[in-house]
Design a protein around this ligand. Structure first.
Ligand code: NAI
Ligand SMILES: N[C@@H](CC=O)C(=O)O
Ligand code: NA
Length: 428
């Protein structure tokens, strides 16, 4: 049986689990891959760091480039743009295949790296980069390659789903739940990448690129995080039979593809509304397959290592058989929509003076901007009876630019005390 040398770059949360699987299950992996997967070495920052006793010290090296140069397959689990990018390019340039979970790098340089792999005949796989353990990239680029995907909506960041879910179930405030997520180890040490939506935006770019066979980068994704979501927003959504989720959405329209990440109101009957805690799920709508949902652990060392190993075995099979490369390079160039061209339904919360003519004035502004109202609900604010009322308006689909014009004009009305929330609604 052929032996393939595997270079592992990084021995952190995910890398250490990949090393464990490669060492503990070498016989089974060889049967499945059709080649022995020999862990040739593990690149680390320091040989002095205390590690799990199961990691053989003789495999550790601080010379990552030399390790890459002797490998048939390189597994990159360092994270960050450099030196990860440089090492991946080095491997691909010499025809070695690469498996990575580095969503930040792929969202920044995915087009370039895929092109490099295509030119050199090497394979580049990154199932772990989106939805951790969930098989989602291969189903999109392989299982659904005979279909036409129209829309993807994903809960692709565990930290933010944990926070929003806890706010929904306990009524807690954002800051308190973030502290809990940090204590439980879901959030990053600096949780900005999670709560500002950047991590989800990187994953949205990767999903959209594969689903629509076009290169989308991080810069093509409109991104809003969850830091402005209040306990009041969550309670109001709950009262209306909805839940707020941070969704990564990529959608085909007549004019192009809109890719966005923002807090979204979902009806509680939607399958994504039932995704709790730090779990991830991706909901796909395809022309022939209809609606599909992929659900599971989106983060964590062992779950993410599962996806890395799946890619590694798959890559090894192709190295052994010399079969054709998966067609994951972009074959099309579909226009990425600017955010103000995207259309969706909106929920607008307003605090208004409770006096005659207010509703008519607000409705007139919606009509002038051709934004159609689907539902309107008014509640009198008890503690200030006769003074203020809370309005919640749900619109039919309209563009971001029309909605922005409506919100600006409504906010200017003397009778409008505050625009309390503007949220997008999906899953009607
Ligand atoms: N942890 C998770 O749940 C998930 C992680 N990922 C991705 O997997 C990758 C790895 O993530 P983790 O294992 O969680 O990170 P980690 O921070 O636990 O591990 C990275 C390791 O690489 C080492 N490293 C960094 N630069 C190095 C260099 N120049 N030379 C040698 N070693 C170096 C670090 O010292 C650290 O031990 C990242 O790209 C991450 O985005 C993807 C999905 C989920
Ligand atoms: N910080 C990320 C980790 C996985 O990609 C998350 O919370 O989902
Ligand atoms: Na995955």
């Amino acid at each position: 049986m052929k032996t393939l040398k595997v270079a592992l770059l990084g021995c952190g949360n995910v890398g250490s689990q990949v090393a464990r699987i490669l060492l503990d299950h070498s016989d089974v992996l060889a049967d499945r891959a059709g080649a022995k997967l020999e862990l040739a070495g593990i690149a680390v920052r320091s040989l002095e760091t205390k590690r799990d006793a199961a990691i053989p010290a003789e495999l550790l090296t601080t010379d990552a480039p030399a390790l890459v140069d002797g490998a048939d397959i390189v597994i990159e689990l360092l994270g960050g743009l450099e030196p990860a990018g440089e090492l991946i390019r080095r491997a691909l340039a010499r025809g070695a295949s690469v498996v990575t979970g580095n969503k930040a790098l792929l969202a920044a340089q995915g087009a370039e790296l895929n092109a490099l792999a295509f030119e050199s005949g090497a394979q580049l796989r990154y199932e772990a980069a989106v939805g951790g353990a969930i098989p989602i990239l291969r189903p999109i680029s392989d299982s659904l390659s005979g279909d036409r995907i129209n829309k993807i909506m994903g809960i692709v960041n565990g930290t933010t789903n944990f926070i929003l879910d806890a706010m929904d179930t306990t009524g807690a405030q954002f800051d308190d739940v973030l502290a809990e997520a940090q204590a439980l180890g879901y959030a990053e040490a600096d949780p900005t990448a999670d709560v500002a939506g950047h991590d989800a935006a990187a994953k949205a770019a990767i999903l959209a690129s594969l689903a629509f066979h076009t290169d989308f980068a991080y810069a093509d994704v409109h991104c809003e995080g969850i830091t402005k979501i209040t306990a009041t927003d969550v309670a109001a959504a709950k009262e209306a039979g909805m839940v707020i989720k941070l969704l990564a959405i990529a959608e085909r329209t007549q004019d192009g593809i809109g890719v966005r990440v923002h807090p979204t109101l979902l009806r509680r009957t939607h399958p994504l509304a039932a995704v709790h805690g730090a779990f991830n799920a991706v909901f796909v709508e395809a022309e022939n397959a209809g609606e599909l949902m992929f659900y599971g652990a989106g983060a964590g060392g062992a779950p993410t290592a599962s996806a890395v190993m799946g890619d590694t075995v798959s890559v090894a099979r192709r190295v052994v058989s010399g079969g054709p490369l998966p067609a994951i390079a972009a074959q099309q160039s579909v226009k990425a929509l600017a955010f103000d061209e995207i259309s969706t339904s909106y929920w607008i919360g307003l605090r208004v003076s409770d006096e005659p003519g207010v509703l008519a004035a607000i409705a007139a502004i919606f009509a002038e901007n051709t934004v159609s109202i689907e539902a309107l609900r008014q509640s009198i604010i008890e503690e200030n009876h006769g003074g203020s009322a809370e309005l919640r308006i749900v619109t039919h689909r309209s563009t971001e630019s029309s909605l922005a014009a409506v919100v600006a004009a409504v906010a200017d009305l003397d009778a409008v005390q505050e625009v309390t929330s503007v949220l997008r609604v999906e899953g009607n």
